[in-house]
Design a protein. Structure first.
Length: 345
């Protein structure tokens, strides 16, 4: 038992050193954030992070640390370090978030950390209050929120556009800046633009290119101006830059063509993998998880994430105007790949 206690004491000392070093690293991240803010450069530096990862890998090989374990630690550390670099804005906005789902939570986490005044509202005030309390924000009924706010963000699905409460909210949003976060724009953009014209608010469509997780600093957000955006476009881009995101200004057509590749095509293959896995496993009478490789485990993790977001993913598959064409092309190329592998020309 003396030997057990000795080892435990040594582990405790190492744990203390780890925590101390993490604290020092986060302090340096905050310092780096101030410098980047003064220089006017973005928080996320993919080239730098790539070099850090390569150095980690080299050190891991030297010290025999498993790469799979290290990758999880690295990604969480980089994500949190980026959030530490987020400076409190001097241009504080009053932002209304209509919705309380995963993306409402994600965007609220960023905006509150950047120092904006955020109010959560929606049809269910109990859910709104629950989300607001998580980040020390306020919740209001939608009428109070719209009257108070400058920016209104619709963190709901496109189907909500047909609801009485959203229609009433938009009707009351005159002189405000209204943004949606819909993944597909073909059907909704023109509807929102006409509502904006009728009710005298500035409409800017957005699409966060990330899923619902806290503090996605450094990720991209698509910004699509409408005919009602006018002079607020630059303000909106600065707003999202200020909360740590990278704005990508686009048009509806370019956005839909791009999403046909990065979302429709990617998700189509993943949906196929999800459907094929149990079928093939049953046919071959094997439990593949018992023999998981790193790549297979990563695919399973991605597939599980896709399953958890299936409603959003299916909405994109149904609504993107290029989806059918992309799926047909993908099937054609899969058949060509299969023929090539089987030696058929």
């Amino acid at each position: 038992m003396d030997e057990v206690e000795r080892i435990r004491r040594e582990i405790d000392r190492i744990d203390e050193q780890l925590i101390t070093l993490l604290s020092r690293r986060f302090s340096l991240s905050r310092e780096m954030g101030k410098v980047k803010s003064e220089l006017g450069v973005g928080i996320k530096d993919e080239t730098r992070e790539g070099k850090v990862w390569e150095r980690w890998l080299s050190l891991a090989k030297t010290h025999q640390v498993p790469e799979g374990f290290l990758k999880d630690v690295f990604e969480r550390l980089m994500s949190f370090s980026r959030s530490m670099q987020l400076a409190v804005t001097a241009n504080r906005r009053k932002v209304v978030v209509f919705g309380y789902g995963g993306m409402a939570r994600t965007l609220s986490s960023l905006m509150s950390k950047a120092g904006h005044a955020v109010s959560i509202t929606g049809a269910d005030l109990v859910k709104a209050e629950r989300l607001a309390s998580e980040f020390g924000l306020v919740s209001m009924n939608w009428k109070e929120a719209v009257s108070w706010g400058e920016y209104v963000i619709l963190a709901v699905t496109p189907n909500a556009l047909g609801s009485d409460i959203v229609r009433s909210l938009l009707k009351a949003s005159g002189e405000k800046v209204v943004m949606d976060i819909f993944s597909s724009k073909t059907k909704t953009f023109s509807i929102m633009e006409e509502i904006a014209k009728a009710n005298n608010f500035a409409y800017v469509s957005t699409h966060p290119l990330f899923g619902p997780h806290l503090y996605p600093v450094g990720e991209r957000i698509v910004i699509i101006p409408s005919s009602t955006s006018g002079s607020v476009l630059n303000d909106v881009c600065e707003f999202w830059s200020g909360v740590g995101l990278t704005p990508v200004v686009s048009s509806v057509d370019e956005h839909e063509r791009a999403m046909a590749i990065v979302q429709v095509l990617t998700h189509f293959f993943l949906l196929g993998f999800i459907r094929a896995l149990p079928v093939v496993s049953s046919e071959l009478k094997v439990e593949p998880q018992r023999f998981s490789t790193v790549s297979f485990k990563e695919m399973l993790q991605i597939a599980n994430r896709v399953e958890s977001l299936k409603d959003v993913i299916m909405e994109i598959q149904y609504s993107n105007p290029h989806a059918s064409q992309v799926r047909s092309m993908a099937i054609k190329e899969l058949r060509a790949a299969a023929s090539e592998l089987e030696g058929v020309t």
